[in-house]
Design a protein around this ligand. Structure first.
Ligand code: CTP
Ligand code: MG
Length: 391
């Protein structure tokens, strides 16, 4: 059996930035969009272009394993084509790390921002074809639609710039591989190059533009992420609902904690933790909406951290799980069924506390059950919660 021919195309996907302007705890390429990371979306565009390619993912040191797993998943049968390397402190350093991993035989190298997660495959093809046809640097560009002004540091406008000469530059940027390597080697130390094409141009090579694509915009700020979310959901908000129920029996020997509040002179509730049926029902509703199981499977009843724990502890821990899974809470509604405590007087207090804890509106209604069932016989409290999340 002969070895398959090495791909002639190499695509470096730079994903090692921290995403300061996006302001999420995880590096930007690992933030989710419609349930999948930006890196995964970006790689889908790369693998959907028709030419076999070596794909070099440049990842933060902390996320190399994650990047490799994502690469394998998207590459499927061609996962041998994926290489993961660690990035550097600047985008240029990350590009250099990626370039060092490009196989010898490549004739065209593309450099692509993982942050341009929704770049369609046609843009890759346009760039590759033009590089091969003319042996030049090729960058996707869009016309500038806004009026552009030059201003000084105080904000005073110096002049308006003729926008017909301007273009907004995107990635992937493509180059003949050997000439690009040589250009990078020749970079004068300390020279400021804002993108890959300026490195190539500085070495004396021509750079031309091909049409870019609106969808290839760079996710930089939270606003950009919302725009990207809107695009992947096809304009439909991506919403999920969940439901949770909790029941606890009265235990006169315990203090009552319900809805995160202490209720003096009321019978308490039995349970491994504080028996706060409202908080527990909300946790189950949140976990249910996020597809994360339930409170029992997430916070084992034997876990000493949660023995005697207040409802708020569960709520905060649940909220963290839900957010880690890429969801935000839209709202929560709770129905309590109980003879005691008398809810009406403190309903607003409960709602305010729970709303603060979850960072989203929580409404609580209470009813008795007309003397029927265990709640009617005043044996315990039942709480039913629904939660709405968006991703
Ligand atoms: N990048 C990289 N290594 C760096 C810096 C940036 O690989 N040291 C990558 C980013 O992961 C991103 C692309 O370069 O895919 C474009 O950079 P930018 O949008 O500026 O991303 P960040 O640097 O992560 O964001 P910020 O500038 O807001 O911190
Ligand atoms: Mg940056």
């Amino acid at each position: 059996m002969t070895a398959p021919l090495a791909p002639r195309l190499a695509v470096i996907v730079v994903a090692a930035g921290s995403g300061t302007r996006l302001g999420r705890p995880e590096p930007k390429a690992f933030v989710t969009l419609g349930g999948r990371t930006l890196l995964e979306h970006a790689l889908e565009g790369v693998f959907a272009q028709p030419e076999p390619a070596q794909v070099v993912i440049v990842a933060p040191a902390s996320h190399r394993g994650d990047a490799a797993a994502i690469g394998r998943r998207v590459a499927g049968p061609v996962q041998d084509a994926v290489t993961v390397v660690t990035g550097g402190d600047s985008r240029a350093a990350s590009v250099a790390a990626g370039l060092a991993a490009v196989a010898e035989g490549a004739d065209v190298v593309l450099i692509h921002d993982a942050a341009r997660a929704l770049t369609p495959p046609e843009v890759f093809t346009r760039v590759v074809q033009r590089v091969r046809a003319e042996q030049v640097g090729v960058i996707p560009a869009l016309p500038v639609v806004d009026t552009i002004a030059r201003r000084d540091h105080s904000g005073a406008v110096l002049e308006q710039v003729d926008r017909s000469e301007l273009a907004a530059i995107q990635t992937p940027q493509g180059f003949p591989a050997e000439a690009y390597r040589a250009a990078v080697t020749a970079v004068v130390p300390g020279a400021e190059h804002t993108d890959d094409a300026s490195v190539f141009a500085a070495a004396g090579h021509p750079v031309v533009t091909v049409p870019g694509d609106e969808r290839a915009f760079k996710v930089t700020t939270p606003w950009d992420l919302r725009r990207a979310e809107h695009l992947v959901s096809g304009g439909r908000p991506s919403l999920r609902t969940g439901v949770g129920i909790d029941v606890h029996a009265y235990d006169e020997s315990q203090p009552l904690w319900l809805g995160g509040l202490y209720w003096p002179d009321e019978p308490g509730l039995a349970g491994h933790s504080d028996g706060d049926a409202i908080s527990h029902a909300i946790c189950d509703a949140l976990l249910s909406a996020a597809g994360l199981g339930d409170i029992g499977s997430r916070f084992g009843v034997d876990d000493p951290r949660f023995a005697e724990a207040r409802g708020e502890v569960f709520l905060t821990a649940t909220l963290e799980l839900v957010r880690d899974a890429g969801f935000e809470v839209v709202n929560v509604a709770v129905q309590v069924v109980a003879q005691r405590p008398r809810f009406a007087a403190r309903r607003h207090e409960v709602e305010a506390l729970l709303t603060r804890t979850l960072g989203a509106p929580v409404s609580v209604a209470a009813t008795t059950s007309d003397g029927l069932g265990f709640t009617g016989r005043a044996e315990g409290v039942a709480a039913i919660a629904t939660a709405l999340l968006h991703s």
